[in-house]
Design a protein around this ligand. Structure first.
Ligand SMILES: *Cc1c(COP(=O)(O)O)cnc(C)c1O
Length: 241
């Protein structure tokens, strides 16, 4: 299967999931996750009209984005952000989806103040209750969001999660429900500077469930580009995937 065929298949699966969920299909954005995917493959998708990407490592984000500066492509950072990579990440990521700690948020804010810029972020929540996953614990998410909302340069636009890696739907779906619940609660609180627009959840193996549970942005890699050569433990320490 070519990248385009995979892409078209995913698109029709998204449409079908929206239909099942009684949602309009333009309420779900597809992000292509291009970690380990060479630039020429990414460019193939730009050629057929795709412009939203996700990267897990600042180095790869930088290498790709700096080759795409004259293209209207957006790349979000979706990995664990180390504090020594903040500058490059701020410079090259259109959105940082993986803010999960106040100390990280403060360092981001300090740097943004210095360069007089703001940045759209999502707060990552650990809905799977697994030690190996990054993200704030669900019961601490709202407190963290309130604190980050007071940092002038960070604009919280929504939430992100990785569900449990399991083929058992009953293990996966509750993760998405948890995130949606926090999303709705935060939205109802009308915290100044916080807008709940983006619910980033669902990957190749579980995006249809995520759409049924309210995802507005799904992050798909393998199902479009094929299996990665690099083990995902490179990206998620102690990952069981
Ligand atoms: C790799 C990755 C994805 C995509 O995973 P696939 O199973 O390849 O679709 C989504 N989100 C994050 C945070 C990732 O690291």
């Amino acid at each position: 299967m070519s990248i385009k065929e995979n892409y078209d298949r995913i698109k029709s699966q998204i449409d079908a999931a929206c239909l099942r969920a009684g949602r309009s299909k333009d309420t779900v954005k597809l992000m292509l996750v291009t970690k380990t995917v060479p630039l020429d493959k990414l460019k193939q998708t730009i050629d057929f009209g795709h412009f939203l990407f996700g990267e897990n490592k600042v180095q790869e984000l930088y290498e790709k984005k700096s080759q795409l500066l004259n293209v209207n492509a957006q790349i979000h950072f979706i990995g664990h952000l180390q504090k020594n990579k903040i500058k490059k990440c701020v410079e090259y990521a259109d959105v940082i989806q993986s803010v999960d700690h106040l100390s990280l948020a403060k360092e981001l804010n300090d740097y943004l103040l210095k360069i007089n810029k703001t940045k759209d972020i999502l707060v990552q929540v650990n809905t799977s209750n697994e030690q190996s996953k990054f993200g704030v614990e669900p019961d601490q998410a709202i407190e963290l969001i309130k604190k980050i909302s007071q940092l002038s340069q960070l604009k919280i636009k929504g939430l992100m999660t990785l569900a449990k890696f399991s083929s058992d739907e009953d293990q996966v779906r509750p993760c998405f429900k948890t995130l949606k619940q926090i999303f709705d609660t935060v939205a109802s609180m009308s915290i100044p500077g916080v807008s709940m627009e983006e619910l980033s959840m669902g990957m190749s193996s579980d995006f249809e469930i995520a759409i049924e549970e309210g995802a507005t942005l799904i992050r798909v890699g393998t199902a479009v580009f094929g299996k990665r050569d690099t083990s995902d433990s490179q990206y998620w320490p102690e990952s069981k995937k």
